[in-house]
Design a protein around this ligand. Sequence first.
Ligand SMILES: O=C(O)c1ccccc1NCC(=O)[C@H](O)[C@H](O)COP(=O)(O)O
Length: 544
Amino acid sequence: MATPTAASAPTAGKGLPTILEKIQAQRLVDIAQSKRTPGTTPTDLTTLLSLNLAPPLIPVLSRMRSSITPGKTPALMAEIKRASPSKGDIALDANAASQALTYALGGASVISVLTEPTWFKGSLLDMRLARQAIDGLPNRPAILRKEFILDEYQIQEARLHGADTILLIVAMLSPARLSALYHFSLSLGMEPLVEVNNATEMSLALSLPAKLIGVNNRNLHDFNVDMGTTTRLADMVKGKDVTLCALSGIMGRGDVEKYLEEGVGAVLVGESLMRAKDTTAFIRELLGLEQGLGRTGLGLCRVKVDGVVTPEQAVKVAEAGAELVGVHLSFGKKNRVSVKQASAISLALRKVRSRFSDTSRPPSATTVSLGNESWFQAQARRLSASLTICSPLLVGIFDGDTTLEEIIRTVHLAQLDIVQLPPSAPLHYSSHIPVYTIRTLQGTSNTLSLSLAQTPGYHHLVLLECEAENSDAAKSVSELDVPLILSIVGETLTADKVQEVVEVVRPWAVCASGNVEIDGGSVDGELVGSFVQAVKAAGEGSPW
Ligand SMILES: O=C(O)c1ccccc1NCC(=O)[C@H](O)[C@H](O)COP(=O)(O)O
């Protein structure tokens, strides 16, 4: 691997070095320092990559192209930029992880993270945290390492810290180095964003042949921003397999519309996004999307009935309209069933499901959004969609003494659709259980368990057990971004009471208690039916 030296930097020409040349000289010093540091030597990075320690990639080009509607909606490359040489401090307090999440949920296709520390106050840690914050999203944006890349070493760093793509600035590199770095990036699976500022640089980029080309409206030597730069070069990529991006100086929808008319597919926006009062609203403005659209769900609340012990009871509960049937599988529990009984219940439910399902519904009718949504919203949407074609689902309820191996064995033997875990279940269980999981939490839960409740991957839904008089706790949990199954304990929920609770808490589902829970082998189908009706009426318009 060739090691660049300061001598390979372009000379400043006459007079003082430009900012680009200063940054370049400093970056060469920084790279040399990192390469000397034990643990991050070039050999270390090669070893780490060969151990497959870089997180999985997404292909940046297809991620961007899937978001573009020509002439209407560009792909947004949203930049995390605390400061810059031209503007000084912009947003020193910005937190890379929360900024990245806001960008992702707002609709960005790429998150550009400046990792240069001296002038831009960025770091590789910023990029790593930005990646971690969005990692669980079902349609996460690609991560761009926005950097002054001079050495293959920086491309290896980028991959290891979670980048999907890197920036190559043509003005900083000889044609031979540009080509070497371009192909090195491709060899690690990353199509680079190649930045140009004039026709000569554009021809070089096209000869690589780069497929993602950004025209920087800012001249990096003198900071001058000329919004016509992209316009003048746009024709050079017409008819080519190139996604053209306009970079720098974009302040609002007006700039974006002009570029869209010229065939530009993407815009990279830094400062104006970092200074926006309402980042999400500004993203929607840039993308030309309607404002103020909240979460869209099916507007439903579902019912879970626990304590079923026989196939006949399960069918009665299904006929009454409940979507989830719970069986207790742990010793010492009232209404505990054996694995064999659970299996018989499962079989009975599978036989009747077609009666309560609408298989004629196309998947898109139940798939509310394939855009950016949180991990929990995506789980809830998928589970709700499954329920429209496959209802009711069987939930196996376990206590704290059941081992992971026993749970997995029971899932297979009894054909469980969902596993309900106790509060004490280790957090890694969910990632090993091959079906959806619910974690039980008590209404008195502390801040730690509330923050764990919102961690993607620890469970798919939360069942909150709370006393009727403590429904404030349920209200506060309902504000979390987690689909909630509400279980009011210690009181018989009347139809009126359940309506009140559902309207306030807006849960994903309610667990039938006292009045409908099975006791002594009989199920009052009418009672369950009226409970279900009350929940359905109150749940209309729910975000889930
Ligand atoms: O932004 C600078 O002052 C700057 C100076 C020297 C080299 C690079 C510089 N910026 C990098 C960028 O290309 C921009 O951060 C990016 O295009 C976003 O621009 P903006 O939306 O104008 O913040």
